[in-house]
Design a protein around this ligand. Structure first.
Ligand code: WTA
Length: 653
């Protein structure tokens, strides 16, 4: 079915940051004709420089690109301090807790909290410029305060999502050689307290020699262990810190943060972002894609542990001087109308969430939206995975009342901010299509040699020119950085950034993302490396071999499907316990987010004679599809039928 177009709501076009497609094309042309001039113009306009930059783009050591060299700035100054002149009493962060408690921090209060915390980091925890600080935090304002406090003194933060296990947390602490861990006793979820500090204790039980201190924010008041000389209460220490703190003078290319993400091999990658280029694009996309206005209330439901939480809860909104909502709870508690209730109460103007949440809320509370007045909404956003047309339409009609713009924003941890997205009041959109590259972003659908793929045919989604907010390197592994992103595609003989996603472009230039071309699956909008899950499963002593693939899932987008080969002669009667045991191993190694949706035990995996697992066959079998491809190259072609029978036996199809 060809989807119809939805046109921008004319009521908002006149005031929009980008008002129509002519303006969009004019910006694109400007960027094409004078790429450096385009970015220099915005960098001068948007950033409050301590010292202006000398050069725009340095590509002499490609792909280690440098932007705005010579420039000096501070990201906490850009996001907080500079707003004190014009917005000191404006709400910067509106926080709502799981149980409905509320806290509002004005820009002035936020500035004070950031300064006190920055002083604490410096004076009490001996953190200096360039040190790594791991944040393992719930969704409370202190998470944002900590990020900004690191930025204020030039420390590099690495936020680890609170759903990761002690093992996964330890890996990230060790890789970054963090000196300080900031956590909370725990927080609240669905009306109940849950714990984080014990997980930090377990993570630190070995291999974390670089860690000197643990700073604990007391949120849920539950009992935790305190290790003398290592663990300190934030709430106690912060009382005696001064609310004055000078901003560290940072160079444009000084790293702002690391954020670990999954790749196609086992070890997560520490994606390193810069200061100036990152904040510039975070702020610009906030203004363009969310069409931010001074009095708006903006809400993104992501977790600060992911890139969306970094760029579109903390850095983008605050750089742009917005009011950003932060929510500790889950969208289904106390019922599936929680988000809609909050939209009514705070008169939210922009709401940004993941397709998984939309599908879940549709399924669990179809009639909830009509109970609330959501007429304040102007823009709805989605991120993290493709949105299917039924979910898009429900979002459009029931949440947006049929007249909100929907921005299907395509981007990645590595891109720092949106790269392909509709402009809310300019771009005619079709459900499930991310539409056009944003002005300044040279995203193209090409083959491996850089030729544009014909309309309607799948190609590789590449960005053929460096852009300010791009990943700078993988922490501690330059070679992997080059190989992961610049090893597959080239244009005019020069390596270009390949996203790992496939895409199709149509005759009008609309780009539709078709999904990962590598062994990364997307579960509820979270990136999961199949190799990562496989290496966790292999830690179970009875597992001989395993292959993990993605399988379409009605709510999560993709679910994890594991084919497991056991050692020896294990009997079917043990299977239920084995599934539980293997899931327990996954929970320990990675966290509950990587639990398998389906697990079947098979006699062997489909391997070629050279020993390579043919995942395409496993993907097709997981979906219940017939195998149409040639299986004669398999070492043992009869294995396909055997696996099929196992699937049938397990009641899969
Ligand atoms: C996928 C999240 C389709 C894509 C910001 C990408 C999407 C990965 C979209 C990055 C979208 C993100 N439509 N797919 N609008 N947005 N993706 O690093 O496969 O957690 O490579 O960043 O999510 O996930 P990440």
């Amino acid at each position: 079915m060809v989807e119809k177009f939805y046109y921008p709501n004319p009521a908002h076009t006149a005031q929009a940051a980008i008002k129509n497609m002519d303006e969009y094309h004019a910006l694109m042309t400007e960027a094409r004709e004078d790429y450096e001039g385009f970015w220099a113009r915005y960098a001068r306009e948007k950033i409050d420089w301590f010292k202006p930059f000398d050069s725009v783009l340095d590509d002499s050591n490609a792909p280690f690109y440098r932007w705005f060299d010579g420039g000096q700035l501070n990201i906490a100054h850009q996001c907080v301090d500079r707003h004190l002149l014009t917005r000191k009493n404006k709400a910067a962060i509106i926080f709502e807790g799981d149980n409905g408690d509320q806290r509002i921090l004005t820009y002035r209060e936020l500035a004070n909290e950031v300064n006190k915390t920055a002083n604490l980091l410096k004076n009490r925890f001996e953190v200096v410029k360039g040190d790594r600080v791991v944040l393992y935090m719930p969704m409370i304002p202190e998470a944002a305060v900590m990020m900004l406090a690191c930025a204020k003194i030039g420390a590099i933060h690495s936020v680890v999502f609170g759903g990761f296990s002690a093992e996964a947390l330890r890996d990230r602490i060790v890789d970054a050689e963090a000196k300080l861990i900031v956590t909370a006793d725990g927080a609240f979820r669905k009306g109940q307290p849950y714990m984080l500090k014990p997980i930090v204790d377990e993570a630190l039980s070995r291999d974390c020699e670089a860690v000197r201190y643990v700073c604990v924010v007391e949120r849920n008041g539950e009992e935790v262990e305190w290790k003398a000389g290592r663990d300190y209460s934030y709430n106690e220490l912060i009382k005696s810190e001064s609310a004055r703190c000078d901003a560290a003078i940072m160079e444009s290319e000084d790293p702002l943060f690391l954020l670990y993400t999954s790749g196609s091999t086992g070890k997560p990658k520490g994606v390193q972002h810069s200061s100036a280029g990152y904040i510039l694009w975070a702020q610009m996309t906030m203004e363009w894609v969310f069409d931010l206005k001074e009095n708006d209330t903006y809400w993104c439901t992501a977790d600060v542990g992911w890139i969306t939480g970094h760029t579109y809860i903390v850095y983008g909104p605050l750089a742009a001087g917005a009011t950003t909502v932060m929510f500790e709870g889950v969208p289904t508690f106390p019922d599936a109308g929680r988000c809609w209730k909050m939209i009514e109460e705070y008169q939210v103007n922009q709401f940004y969430t993941a397709p998984t949440a939309i599908r879940l809320l549709h399924k669990m509370g179809e009639h909830e939206p009509q109970k609330y007045d959501m007429s304040s909404l102007r823009i709805l956003g989605t991120v993290g995975e493709p949105i299917d047309p039924p979910a898009w339409r429900w979002y459009h009609e029931k949440i947006g009342g049929g007249d909100c713009a929907i921005v299907d924003t395509y981007w990645q941890t590595e891109t720092g901010g949106h790269v392909i997205s509709p402009l809310p009041f300019a771009t005619p959109v079709r459900p499930s299509c991310a539409t056009f590259p944003l002005p300044g972003i040279m995203a193209e659908v090409i083959d491996k040699e850089g030729h544009p793929t014909p309309a309607g045919e799948q190609g590789y989604l590449c960005i053929t020119k460096p852009w300010p907010s791009m990943i700078r390197t993988i922490w501690g592994d330059q070679e992997r950085f080059v190989k992961s992103y610049f090893g597959d595609c080239a244009k005019e003989g020069k390596p270009v950034y390949f996203s790992g996603d496939g895409a199709v472009i149509d005759a009008e230039g609309y780009i539709t993302i078709t999904g990962r071309t590598d062994d990364v699956i997307n579960v509820s909008g979270h990136r999961m490396g199949t190799a990562e899950v496989e290496s966790a499963i292999k830690k179970h002593p009875q597992v001989a071999a395993v292959a993990v693939v993605g399988k379409p899932h009605p709510i999560k987008g993709e679910g994890i499907f594991a084919y497991v080969v056991m050692k020896g002669e294990d009997t079917i009667s043990e299977e239920i316990e084995l599934v539980q045991e293997i899931n327990a191993v996954i929970k320990k190694e990675i966290g509950a987010i990587a639990l398998c949706d389906s697990m079947i035990f098979v006699p062997d995996l489909p391997k070629t004679r050279s020993g390579k697992i043919m995942r395409r066959i496993l993907r097709a079998l997981a979906k219940g599809e017939e195998i149409t491809q040639d299986i004669s190259t398999l070492e043992d072609p009869s294995i396909v039928d055997k696996i099929k029978n196992c699937c049938k036996g397990a009641g899969m199809h």
